[in-house]
Ligand binder design. Structure first.
Ligand code: 1CP
Length: 364
């Protein structure tokens, strides 16, 4: 689909419906990809990860990171590829000492405890400390050969800060909230530094070939409405303002995703982003009524629906498509990452259903 207004002089894409939907331009069917589409639910991923040894070695190996990015695309007719990496590359490059404990998720050897820790943090140079990420972008882009667009990504400053201050994953976020409310200047200094780091990082991914970027704010939804704006959204807004929005003759759309942020859609859409990612706790019909004239929407099937029988998955896809309704501006996705124990065939049923069942919504 090389279309009219989306393509000017840029490198030609064989399938650009993901980019077109983000710009709310006409498409033939609704594009679809899956959050965390490369990962442990795929046996071939587990094999490649074993070859690499551990997760960060996989991210740092250009050839193997390219291989795992492409694996889901070989199985399913997905409309976009996403860089295989992690949001925690930035804090790792800042010197916090990222490691993964089996079954326990990410951890930092040197978490951020106070203002003086924040002041000592440097902003990583994307073509130095994070060059392995840029090398992966360049290699994946080449391997894709224009089949589908490549999505680059980063964590939001708030979400990155939760891991950096808590020292790893958290459920109650007491350490970062203590900093937010008892030592707010320290946290704002950290968030501002992270926003600068994310801008450099995403712009370097765009320069290396990413055709769209997404900011994952997995933990913004644990804040009150006022604190969300102050500690999370404000810094995502700064990122949107600092990003390269056109490259290689084509718009580079930006998607912001905050989990559990259905209440704040208008504020997110007002940042100037091109698309807002939705989790499954909001009705997409309601979301479109509220912000669909300003931004595209990405989402929003409950990832646990992929445990269901094919007919139930197809029904859910059909209901979400009907909820969004006619016309472009919808990128189908899961409302959060795919679970590691879903049968890969069910992901195939999901992707196929989006393409088949969305046709009537795009007839001229
Ligand atoms: O064992 C393994 O193989 C590691 C599991 C794994 C994978 C496959 C981690 C560790 N990260 C990733 C890749 C990854 N992470 C991708 C690219 C894969 C793709 O989509 O194809 C992306 C986009 C991420 C982003 C990410 N990492 C987020 C934001 C999105 C989200 O899911 O909310 C977050 C919060 C992380 C942190 C992280 N990294 C890894 C884990 C297990 C976690 C979550 C820890 C937690 O729950 O706090």
């Amino acid at each position: 689909m090389v279309g009219d207004s989306a393509t000017t002089t840029g490198s030609e894409l064989k399938n650009d419906r993901y980019l077109r939907a983000l710009m709310r331009q006409p498409v033939d069917v609704t594009p679809v990809w899956m959050m965390r589409q490369a990962g442990r639910y795929l046996p071939e991923y587990k094999q490649t990860r074993a070859l690499a040894g551990d997760f960060m070695s996989l991210c740092k190996n250009t050839e193997l990171a390219t291989e795992v990015t492409l694996q889901p695309l070989r199985r399913f007719p997905l409309d976009a590829a996403i860089l295989f990496s992690d949001i925690l590359t930035i804090p790792d490059a800042m010197g916090l000492g990222l490691y993964f404990e089996t079954g326990e998720g990410p951890k930092f050897k040197r978490p951020i405890l106070n203002r003086s820790d924040v002041e000592q943090l440097g902003i990583p140079d994307p073509e130095q400390e994070l060059q392995y990420v840029m090398n992966a972008v360049r290699s994946i882009k080449k391997a894709l050969n224009g089949d589908v667009p490549l999505i680059g990504f980063s964590g939001s400053p708030w979400t990155l800060a939760t891991y950096m201050v808590e020292g790893g994953s958290s459920k109650a976020f007491t350490k970062i909230k203590k900093m937010a409310f008892a030592e707010p200047e320290a946290l704002h200094a950290l968030l501002d530094k992270l926003a600068d780091a994310v801008i450099l990082y995403l712009n370097a991914q765009i320069a290396a070939g990413a055709q769209s970027v997404m900011v994952f704010d997995t933990w913004g939804g644990v804040l009150s409405p006022r604190d969300y704006k102050l500690f999370s959204l404000q810094y995502m807004h700064k990122i949107v303002d600092g990003l390269t929005r056109e490259n290689d003759g084509r718009k580079v759309p930006v998607t912001l995703f905050t989990k559990n942020a259905g209440m704040w859609l208008e504020a997110i859409a007002a940042t100037g982003c091109d698309a807002v990612g939705l989790d499954w706790t909001i009705d997409i019909a309601d979301a479109r009524k509220r912000v669909g004239d300003k931004v595209a929407l990405q989402g929003n099937m409950d990832p646990s629906m992929l445990y269901a029988q094919p007919a139930r998955i197809q029904q859910e896809v059909s209901d979400i498509l009907a909820g969004y309704g006619y016309g472009s501006g919808h990128v189908f996705n899961l409302g959060h990452g795919i679970h590691l124990d879903v049968p890969p065939e069910n992901a195939g049923v999901f992707v196929e259903a989006v393409h088949q069942l969305s046709k009537p919504y795009h007839q001229k």
